[in-house]
Design a protein around this ligand. Structure first.
Ligand SMILES: Nc1ncnc2c1ncn2[C@@H]1O[C@H](COP(=O)(O)OP(=O)(O)OP(=O)(O)O)[C@@H](O)[C@H]1O
Ligand SMILES: [Mg+2]
Length: 502
């Protein structure tokens, strides 16, 4: 039997094997873990929703009565009621042994509910096996460390979702470190150049590049920012972008010549060809770092058994889209060869690989067809068989393709305020309950609900802070202005003094 230590409340109302409510002796927070006796042994439960009520203050309609009722209510210990709604996550004994066993019988109304003690549950959230990596502590009991199963991330995908500034990139940064410690292979498409300053053991930092020889004419048009509706220009490019151009030693020169030829041969295309030549010249000059015909095979930039940070800071959204889709397609092909190819075929990644996509709402949008969306859906559906996983990160979950989201085996959901975002996630995953969704707006930065296959049971966690990750923090305009003001003051003073000297 449990001791009276930490007696928190008593089960009331109708109970279900997977859910019950209890009246507590104090206000309860969402995210607290409790234990309760049941016919099948002690159960562990998570408080998903809580409420505090005062009988006296419930039906007051004017200020004077409210003041009076408050006075009486303060004196009356029976006035307040603290109700919590609990999701049963499994039998405590089973969970301690790493097994999730759900009871078939509900706890009896009247059963005593206890705070789950740190010593009782630390083994439930923090597993020792190599594949588990610590990412934080329980939000309501920080001394209980929480680890996640990296094997499940690498096979069943992960979505990290929250409002902007919720702490997504911090969690991804933390995961890159954990994967690096395990000697794993990971690629982060670093669209905002956020991960360059991280100290990740043995990480490879590379500038993402696109070799125009390997893209199709429409993709090349996108990369060079030929307008979508400039149909004649696009047709000229289609005709000019021949196999000879693709294999030419001097790619750009050959492309320009080929465009000129098309222009000369077709009177109607002459103007468009001239304009296209200008665009190509600008692209050659301005996009050298992004579009590079001499880069060789882009996968050569990536290394197995390392975390690869692909800097995309200089990419426009369209370019990033083309680049990410290209890298993903190449990696998928490589993994297919690794799993099923003939032995003599060259394979880069002999072991599973995790690819992380930030700004997923832009690259895997629910509406419209982006290059990345096509290949990401494929990876989401088939990646498991080939040891290729996605980590999808977004601050606008409602704009992320539902098919891709619903393939995500695990979720880290942080603060989310938009009901449409919440509904979208609810549709994508069974793992999250309505009660938890309702409580997502109350989470603070770095606080997350971890759900799905990478945790044995839902964990409400404060994610560890990656201190050296500086970018991503809000910029304080006022303090930077103040600092700049001081600097310019110094400049004025020094001009004055030099004038005096003169
Ligand atoms: N677990 C945490 N503990 C403490 N601070 C955190 C934590 N997670 C994030 N932060 C801080 O909050 C700020 C925003 O974090 P982060 O960049 O990870 O948010 P984000 O969700 O990726 O935002 P965006 O949607 O704009 O990309 C940063 O200053 C970061 O240091
Ligand atoms: Mg971010």
């Amino acid at each position: 039997m449990a001791s009276n230590r930490g007696l928190l409340g008593v089960v009331v109302g109708e109970t279900k094997p997977h859910r019950f409510r209890f009246l507590a002796s104090r206000a309860v927070s969402m995210g607290e873990y409790v234990t309760v006796e049941s016919p099948e042994g002690r159960l562990l439960g998570l408080a998903e929703d809580t409420a505090t009520r005062s009988v006296l203050l419930d039906k007051i309609s004017n200020f004077e009565s409210a003041i009076e009722a408050k006075r009486v209510a303060t004196k009356n210990v029976r006035d307040k009621s603290y109700l919590a709604s609990v999701k049963v996550v499994g039998t405590l004994d089973g969970l301690r042994g790493g097994q999730v066993t759900l009871p078939s019988l509900p706890p009896e109304p009247g059963s005593e509910v206890f705070e789950a003690g740190s010593d009782e549950i630390s083994g439930v959230f923090d597993r020792m096996e190599r594949r588990w990596a610590q990412v934080g502590g329980l939000l309501r009991n920080p001394e209980v460390r929480v680890s996640v199963d990296i094997d499940k991330v690498a096979s069943r995908h992960l979505a990290i979702l929250s409002v902007t500034g919720g702490g997504k990139s911090n969690l991804l940064a933390l995961m890159t470190k954990k994967v690096a410690e395990l000697g794993g292979t990971m690629v982060v498409f670093d669209y905002h150049g956020e991960y360059s300053g991280l100290s990740i053991p043995r990480a490879v930092h590379a500038d993402a590049k696109i070799n125009p020889r390997y893209v199709n004419s429409d993709q090349l048009a996108d990369l060079m920012e030929v307008r979508e509706n400039a149909e004649v220009q696009r047709t000229v490019l289609l005709k000019a972008f021949t196999d000879d151009v693709k294999t030419a030693k001097e790619f750009w020169k050959s492309l320009l010549a080929s465009i000129a030829t098309v222009g000369e041969n077709e009177k109607d295309s002459r103007k468009a060809a001239t304009r296209l030549q200008d665009i190509v010249k600008v692209a050659m000059r301005r996009m050298k770092t992004v579009i590079d015909p001499d880069v060789g095979e882009v996968l050569d930039q990536l290394k197995a058994s390392k975390v690869n940070i692909l800097n995309m800071l200089e990419f426009t959204e369209r370019q990033a889209n083309a680049a990410i889709s290209y890298y993903l397609a190449e990696i998928l092909e490589d993994r297919k060869r690794a799993m099923h190819g003939a032995e003599e075929q060259r394979v880069r990644f002999t072991a599973p690989i995790i690819c992380a996509i930030e700004e997923a709402h832009a690259f895997i949008p629910s509406e419209g067809d982006a290059d990345t969306k096509y290949i990401a859906s494929k990876v989401a559906r088939e990646g498991r068989k080939f040891g290729m996983a996605l980590v999808v990160v977004s601050q606008r979950p409602r704009r992320v393709d539902q098919d891709v989201l619903s393939q995500m085996g695990s979720f880290a959901i942080m603060k989310l305020t938009n009901p449409e975002d919440q509904a979208h996630i609810r549709e994508a995953s069974e793992a999250i309950s309505e009660d938890l969704l309702q409580n997502l707006p109350s989470l603070n930065v770095g606080e997350a609900v971890l759900l799905g296959e990478w945790v044995n049971i839902p964990a409400v966690v404060k994610i560890d802070h990656v201190a050296e990750k500086k970018t991503g923090a809000d910029i304080s305009a006022t303090s930077l202005w103040a600092a700049e003001g001081k600097m310019s003051q110094v400049a004025v003073e020094s001009t004055k003094s030099s004038m005096v000297l003169e």
